[in-house]
Design a protein around this ligand. Structure first.
Ligand SMILES: [Zn+2]
Ligand SMILES: [Zn+2]
Length: 129
């Protein structure tokens, strides 16, 4: 038996995620709930900003984070949850986690269409320089 640090309920070991090395401290339903919160916060953030080039913000699914300087990229914003889901006080507010915040600040928001165009231009530039 183990106690979840989020819901504080005592549950069976198999109710916790395992990374194969040691048992985690947050139970499966809590991790699912936190993932949902993170995805929702991320989508709200993208919608609020909109595409930096054309201002599109109708559908957050069509808005992407784009690293302006790929060489400084530590992780994809959309994958941040997998790295930080166990971070205590930020667990319900992952976007404020200093490491995630820092990563978001390296990015601009682009819609899929502008993203395609930007990637194409970047490839052209990379071929020249
Ligand atoms: Zn729990
Ligand atoms: Zn756009």
């Amino acid at each position: 038996m183990r106690r979840c640090i989020v819901c504080r309920q005592t549950k069976q070991e198999n109710q916790f995620y395992s990374n194969g090395v040691k048992r985690r401290v947050v139970c499966v339903p809590c991790v699912r709930e936190m993932r949902k919160e993170f995805v929702r916060d991320l989508q709200q953030y993208k919608k609020k900003r909109g595409c930096v080039l054309c201002s599109y913000n109708d559908n957050e699914q069509k808005l992407h984070f784009h690293h302006i300087h790929p060489e400084t990229k530590k992780f994809e914003i959309s994958h941040a949850f997998d790295f930080f889901k166990y971070c205590g006080k930020y667990r319900h507010n992952l976007l404020n986690h200093p490491k995630i915040k820092a990563e978001i600040e390296k990015c601009i928001i682009l819609c899929v269409w502008c993203h395609t165009a930007v990637s194409r231009e970047e490839r052209k530039l990379n071929a020249i320089y």
